[in-house]
Design a protein around this ligand. Sequence first.
Ligand code: HEM
Length: 226
Amino acid sequence: MNLPSRADNSIIQPRRLTNRRKLLSIGIHAIGLLPLLQLTVLWVRDSLTANPIQFIEQFFGRAALNLLMAVLAVSPLVTLSGWNALIPHRRTLGLYSFFYFVLHFLTFAVLDYGLNWGEILRLSAEKPFIIFGSLAGLILLVLALTSFEYWMKRLKQNWRRLHKAVYLAGALAVLHYALALKGSLATLSGDISRPLAMGALLTLLLILRLPAVRRRIIFLRHQIKK
Ligand code: HEM
């Protein structure tokens, strides 16, 4: 029987690691591309409802927000699991979120409003949810543009500070979502269960990021391992 020698093992180990990394990378891209696939299936099945433009606009908005939440979930997941390999994929998920936001905005500006900027500006002044969405979108744009290594090296410590704005983008996007839906946060009426759930998730993710909470979780994780 041909048992692998020590030397063979040292080849197998990094190979396994590379395969795992590749699988993780494929999984992350699958998560990012899933909404596009889902929408294509709905389109082929002719299931885009009686108002397809509104359906697509809302669909891309939700995809952008879901992926933004996935970005914010990476650090807490690493804290809870110790799975550091997830960290580099934050950027990929962030870029997918930005991609869906661009599609959401294009559907809104081109298909819904036919690039009628006067009408778009009037709507923005009338409806605060558009202002919250625009601020969130602006943050996503800046973060996407500065997500490259060139900016990381140029901005040094400021890069980390700047990229913490992803939490602000998350909060603004949840607010945009809550106000875009028909319902009232004040009276807890209407279709507000999903934005409320998103708000609760965002709060939980922020709590898990607090240094004291993180330290405690890491300590407990090490205790369990022993
Ligand atoms: C320039 C920025 C933005 C504009 C002009 C905009 C516009 C809109 C409009 C008009 C709607 C209502 C659609 C309808 O119900 O007919 C909407 C809904 C929504 N938007 Fe945005 N949006 C912007 C940014 C964002 C961003 C950055 C996100 C998330 C990252 C987002 C996520 C959503 C979500 C989740 C909804 C609700 C979808 C649903 O009803 O299920 N939007 N947006």
